[in-house]
Design a protein around this ligand. Structure first.
Ligand code: IPD
Ligand code: CA
Ligand code: CA
Ligand code: CA
Length: 268
């Protein structure tokens, strides 16, 4: 761990303030009509004006308070600063839920120092639930400590996952799901990668996996899950990356990983 000249708690405080302000904005905007403003990697990969407005708000607030920091946002902001601190932001995680008014979507902010995530916040905007963590400082939901389920039996595990927008990856995902569904209690597709990880952190899911998540999807949630006692990683000892993210109650991680590896998700 690179020691930060500033306190992760101070970084978290700003992250929470800004994430709550953005969460309030996106919930307010949802009272009006939400339409697709643009598509990105594929026709199903949509963006709304509110995704962009939320990112603008977060960038403005963060860089106003900390002008020397770097800032990476899903909707295109990539500011390179000099302080060693980088903010990695998903202004609406769960845009498709947001578009359809399904009441689970989030604002996710991870704060890195020297490339390592030291603080993270995920705000479930419609619910107002706030998940937080600092490196070595534990994980919390609405200020109360949280921990993983402690599940040990894969056959009784409730597993979360998601599907990216890339059709080739979706084909692989379909095959993996087919392999998995008879070996676990059940599978949930909530539609919000950051929330999936927070749900492992607080025991609402026993394990999650997804291929194709980006740092703004998993940055905060991976820290929150790890600080809640989850084992978090990729395939074959790799760290979490866009290639694969897995988080699970510690005793489940090994068998869950092996099941995913046997389903051969590396083919695409
Ligand atoms: C998506 C959500 C979804 C996951 C996708 C992500 P977005 O993020 O987290 O749950 O399955 O892979 O891209 O586009 O709604 O911010
Ligand atoms: Ca996302
Ligand atoms: Ca997003
Ligand atoms: Ca998106």
């Amino acid at each position: 761990m690179t020691s930060s000249p500033e306190s992760p708690q101070d970084l978290l405080k700003l992250a929470v303030e800004v994430a709550e302000e953005a969460a309030h904005l996106i919930v307010e905007r949802r009272r009006g009509t939400i339409t697709v403003a643009d598509t990105k990697s594929t026709l199903t990969d949509v963006v709304t004006a509110v995704d962009r407005e939320s990112e603008e708000l977060i960038r403005a607030r963060v860089l106003q308070a900390r002008p020397d920091d770097s800032f990476l946002g899903e909707e295109g902001d990539d500011v390179v600063g000099t302080s060693g601190v980088r903010w990695v932001v998903d202004p609406i995680d769960g845009t498709v839920n947001y578009l359809y008014d399904l009441p689970t979507y989030a604002v996710s902010i991870a704060v890195e120092y020297g490339g390592e995530t030291v603080a993270g916040v995920v705000v479930d905007a419609p619910k107002g639930e706030v998940f937080t963590a600092t490196l070595g400082g534990g994980a919390f939901a609405d200020g109360k400590p949280i921990q993983v389920s402690g599940a040990t039996d894969l056959s009784q595990a409730l597993v979360g996952t998601g599907f990216g927008y890339d059709p080739v990856r979706r084909q692989v995902q379909a095959e993996v799901i087919q392999h998995l569904i008879t070996k676990v209690r059940d599978i949930r597709r909530i539609g919000v990668g950051a929330i999936d990880l927070c749900y492992v952190a607080c025991g609402r899911l026993d394990a999650v996996f997804e291929r194709g998540l980006n740092p703004w999807d998993y940055g905060a949630g991976a820290l929150i899950a790890a600080e809640a006692g989850a084992r978090v990683g990729g395939l074959n000892g790799a760290p979490v990356s866009p290639e694969m993210s897995i988080a699970a109650s510690p005793e489940l991680f090994g068998p869950f990983h092996d099941l995913l590896a046997a389903a051969n998700p590396l083919r695409a």
